[in-house]
Design a protein around this ligand. Structure first.
Ligand code: DC
Length: 438
């Protein structure tokens, strides 16, 4: 799955670019501006001034907005009726810009936009896609051009549609809208930190499409890479050794996503866990390793080359957490053992856990994949059967995050680790009652 976010001011050519890229890659194009335009249209049609904030908010429950896709074409049904081109007039452009500055309007449209990208590869254009709607989009482009170049294009577009206007009016309206969209308090149109800036003032539409396809293809290729050459080489050597000395059985493989950044959450029985996960998981896993290992000559270089993340187990290692978040945001897979250290011989459901995993999940918004390593008597022995069971990915919402408080982190770690225990069929051992039995 790939999610491409195209943000930028009006008239930069986002929609024609997105349409062309969607066609080339066979993915869905979502025009989010059309949603704001439809709300603007509803207000204008019903005699509600788009700048009357209270009235706009009060009208929201009365309207229904549905987004459908037919032959790759987006259709918006406003109160059951296809809005068609009626949302493309200069009056509705301005109304859309005005209503889009209202927090409640943006909240109203948030889920519609996010849900479509949840299960589909999409290219979505708008103002806040890379910053708010899809902060984890794999490709982010901020497309812009000088106001004059954009006004010239928009003027040609409108005249072609038979809409009467002048270049001066279009330029004035465009500058006003730019100011509205980029200075509003909530979700202003700004470039995401990790977006690529593309100024197409001097590029043709074809050149712009080519430039973006090149960026997207490079990203797709990078994401298809399963891991560094050294990691995959060592994995190939170590795998048969593990297969010889243990009867490793992997189940739930269908729960392993093919690409994208994820957090594996596992129980910890022994050092073998790292090798067992590493040799059976199809992609490179970045493990967190205690910092002492990084001070051993040769070993430290190997660890770094394998993509391990240095962790100071003495306290709350903010640097390690940040590195882990970066790895996941960059499309990598990291493994976390919430128990903090090895617990051989103990029922995982009875051991204490740490909340570091929640911090990484909260800041990366990545899904957590529970994985249970199960072996008889919780002890590794030669030739014993070892089960590695992968569970369904747990989403940000399922982890129960809201404001990111301490209690939420504790609870989220429990949710993730409970899922691990459930996979292995482990339950908390009931605490014997202290009643005085005679
Ligand atoms: O992209 P467009 O010109 O169709 O957008 C119409 C208006 O909607 C634009 O002036 C700002 C607003 N908009 C927004 O605030 N956020 C988006 N993601 C998309 C559009």
């Amino acid at each position: 799955m790939i999610r491409i976010a195209i943000d930028g001011p009006g008239g930069a050519g986002k929609s024609s670019l997105a349409k062309a890229v969607a066609k080339e890659l066979g993915i869905i194009y979502v025009d989010t501006g059309a949603l704001y335009r439809s709300i603007g249209l509803y207000m204008v049609k019903n005699g509600i001034s788009p700048s009357d904030k209270e009235a706009v908010i009060a009208a929201l429950p009365d309207l229904t907005l549905e987004m459908k896709f037919e032959d790759g074409r987006q259709i918006i049904l406003l109160c059951g009726e296809d809005v068609g081109d009626s949302i493309r007039t200069p009056e509705i452009s301005m109304a859309a810009s005005t209503v889009s500055a209202i927090k409640e309007v943006r909240e109203y449209l948030l889920e519609t936009q996010r849900s479509i990208a949840e299960n589909n590869s999409v290219i979505m254009d708008g103002r806040d896609i890379g910053t708010v709607i899809l902060p984890r989009a794999e490709v982010k482009i901020f497309l812009t051009a000088s106001p004059e170049a954009r006004a010239k294009r928009r003027f040609a577009e409108l005249t072609a549609k038979g809409i009467e206007t002048t270049y001066e009016d279009v330029l004035r309206e465009m500058e006003e809208r730019d100011k509205n969209d980029s200075t509003r308090e909530i979700s202003p149109c700004v470039q995401a930190e990790d977006a690529t800036l593309l100024d197409n003032s001097d590029l043709t539409a074809e050149q712009t499409v080519k430039a973006v396809i090149k960026i997207v293809k490079k990203e797709i290729k990078r994401r298809k890479k399963k891991g560094s050459a050294l990691y995959m080489f060592l994995r190939a050597i170590v795998s048969p050794i593990y297969r010889f000395f243990a009867r490793v059985h992997v189940s739930g493989k269908e729960n392993i996503p093919k690409d994208g950044g994820y957090i594996l959450c596992a129980n910890h029985l022994g050092v073998n866990d790292i090798f067992l996960l590493g040799t059976t998981y199809p992609r490179q896993i970045h493990f967190l390793a205690k910092k002492e290992w990084f001070s051993v000559p040769v070993l430290s270089s190997v660890m770094r080359a394998l993509g391990a993340i240095e962790l100071d187990r003495g306290g709350r290692d903010v640097g390690a957490l940040r590195n882990a978040v970066d790895k996941v945001n960059d499309g990598g897979v990291i493994a976390i053992f919430p128990q903090g250290h090895r617990f051989p011989g103990e029922n995982p459901a009875d051991t204490p856990i740490k909340s570091g995993i929640s911090l990484i999940a909260y800041h990366s918004k990545a899904k957590v994949i529970p994985v249970c390593i199960k072996v008889k008597n919780f002890k590794y022995r030669l030739f014993r059967r070892i089960d590695i069971i992968y569970g369904k990915p747990i989403s940000f919402d399922e982890l129960g995050f809201k404001n990111g408080g301490y209690g939420e982190f504790k609870k989220a770690a429990e949710i993730a680790f409970d899922a691990v225990c459930t996979l292995g069929g482990y339950e908390k051992t009931p605490v014997p009652e202290n009643g005085s039995e005679e």
